[in-house]
Design a protein around this ligand. Structure first.
Ligand code: SIN
Ligand code: FE
Length: 332
């Protein structure tokens, strides 16, 4: 495997420019926990960063660019040894203020809920200021605390995090809206190590046909299509847990599994190794940048669903890339 290890603190400014067709890291130096550094023009810089994300770049902060009290950080680091050790990760639903993945009887539950609530508010305030165009129409999805060591986890293929994949949520279809994630490595001494691959608009022309795009397009065009969506639509309208998947969502879910199972894609040399150091934060559209986590424990993550209407480069969005390849709408 040929791979690139990024040295965040030693990279000269010139190397921060993305290379065409590659997912690379752009280190953000004009935004800190105190906000935009003068003389930055927040509106222009914000739009520029949004466009880089949509091209498939990862925005990287050497520190934590939002408020994260030392007490909360220490508590999260300590809590992993007790009640969360039996769960994949702890998730927090900001719109309901509810926490999942923790023993009900856990003495840590109330404290963890309060910490995750504060984390969600602070990281969201930061993201709303740093990525201003997105905050208008975004939907707050879940936040998570990832306490377990990723190296050597024994998981079924579809759930393996150490295989390159693009994200799609089985229970929360986006219908073309985008999955944006903010990660922070809380580990005080070890990096979180990722592999990343070429972005969606580069790999889709090569792989989407083999992953079933044409069959998906044929279903989208079928006159029976409205009927096949009835159960999902009815279920959603009644608040039942039946996902109402567009053809786009069905394809993206299948593509996630297809990439993980594709040995040639996993072995392809077109990937980079990224080591995210302690306390660093990074932002990425995980529905378009193939990623895998090789090692690391103790990370915070928040997901935002970005409205298609707010994108700077909609032609790079997976839905538009796929529709161009398929020659049909994948919305209905
Ligand atoms: C993933 O989204 O595949 C996992 C990334 C991580 O936990 O670092
Ligand atoms: Fe993922």
């Amino acid at each position: 495997m040929s791979s690139t290890a990024f040295q965040f603190n030693e990279r000269p400014a010139s190397s921060l420019q993305p290379r065409p067709g590659e997912s690379t890291l752009i280190e953000v130096t004009d935004y800190t926990v105190a906000g935009w550094k003068p003389p930055a023009n927040p509106e222009d810089r914000s739009r520029w960063y949004c466009a880089r994300l949509e091209e498939g770049q990862i925005l990287f902060f050497a520190g934590t660019p939002y408020k994260l009290p030392a007490d909360d950080r220490d508590c999260l680091i300590g809590v992993r040894q007790t009640s969360v050790a039996y769960h994949k990760n702890v998730s927090y639903r900001p719109r309901e203020g509810r926490i999942h993945g923790l023993d009900r009887a856990s003495a840590d539950a109330d404290r963890l809920r309060a910490i995750m609530g504060a984390y969600s508010r602070h990281v969201t305030a930061f993201a709303a200021d740093f990525l201003r165009p997105y905050a208008r129409g975004w939907k707050l999805d879940f936040a998570s605390f990832r306490s377990l060591e990723e190296r050597g986890r024994d998981l079924p293929l579809k759930q393996r995090n150490d295989l390159l994949h693009t994200d799609a949520f089985p229970t929360r279809p986006t219908n073309g809206n985008r999955i944006l994630r903010v990660f922070t490595n809380l580990n005080p001494s070890e990096p979180r190590v990722w592999l990343t691959g070429e972005p969606f608009d580069v790999i889709a022309p090569r792989l989407a046909p083999d992953a079933g795009l044409l069959a998906c397009a044929a279903k989208a065009r079928s006159s029976l299509r409205p009927l096949s969506r009835l159960p999902g639509r009815l279920g959603s309208a009644l608040g039942l847990p039946v996902p109402d998947r567009s053809p786009y969502d069905s394809f993206m879910l299948g593509f996630h599994d297809y990439l993980k199972a594709n040995g040639a894609f996993q072995d392809s040399p077109a990937k980079s190794r990224c080591e995210f150091p302690p306390n660093s934060t990074w932002i990425v559209f995980t529905d378009s940048v193939p990623h895998a986590v090789l090692s690391g424990r103790l990370a915070l993550e928040h997901t935002y669903i970005i409205s298609e209407a707010d994108l700077m480069l909609p032609e790079k969005s997976p839905r538009q890339v796929l529709e161009k390849l398929a020659g049909t709408s994948l919305r209905n």
